[in-house]
Design a protein around this ligand. Structure first.
Ligand code: PNS
Length: 181
């Protein structure tokens, strides 16, 4: 497949996800993909089937914060089919991070489905770095909700946002707002 060239931005790659919240593992994939592609769009999906913890606007703001040192990374948000968004952005590559074998089984079928839906759109997989292979947004949410320490798993801006969110949702005396190391 020939990558589509898109003016001054060069080849555009899209890294889609819920990012609810963005983790150190996501950030590792962003950094590595941004070192490969001239223009990387990190695209927050605004309408996943599951109910998100953080609003799409909060997830976008956090991504802006944690990616601010990466000049070729753009943060965006979309609704609807990923392949339609990829076409609108004149991109030709979808980036996915793979942590474990079960990720591959799911993502492999998604890659085939997306290429079937939109010819010319291919998926590039980046293996998670070993130190992040066990981190997922859902496990971060669960550990946090049960009062565990997530400071090694997410950027500090995300930790602050999670604490703010918990305070706003549950009140100052909730276990969610207990100080975490
Ligand atoms: O971070 P996630 O939740 O694992 O990301 C999954 C995501 C958002 C990339 C996937 O659900 C997606 O592409 N959603 C957009 C809607 C779509 O295109 N669905 C058909 C292919 S799954």
């Amino acid at each position: 497949m020939a990558a589509r060239k898109t003016g001054r931005d060069g080849f555009v790659a899209v890294y889609p996800g819920s990012f609810d919240p963005v983790t150190n593992g996501h950030l590792d994939i962003v950094r590595r993909a941004a070192a490969i592609y001239p223009h990387l769009v990190v695209a927050v999906v605004a309408n996943p089937n599951k109910t998100p913890l953080l609003r799409a606007a909060e997830r976008v703001a956090l991504l802006h914060e944690v990616c601010k040192g990466l000049p070729n990374v753009e943060i965006d948000c979309f609704e609807g089919l990923l392949v339609d968004y990829v076409r609108r952005r004149k991109a030709s590559v979808i980036i996915k991070g793979l942590r474990i074998v079960s990720d591959f089984e799911y993502e492999f079928s998604m890659a085939l489905l997306n290429r079937r839906l939109q010819g010319g759109v291919d998926t590039m997989f980046l293996p998670a770095s070993l130190e992040y292979a066990y981190i997922s947004s859902s496990s971060v949410r669960e550990v946090f909700s049960l009062g565990g320490d997530i400071s090694d798993f997410v950027p500090s801006a995300v930790l602050r946002a999670m604490r703010r969110h918990a305070r706003g949702k549950s009140g100052a005396s909730s276990p969610l707002t207990r100080r975490r190391a």
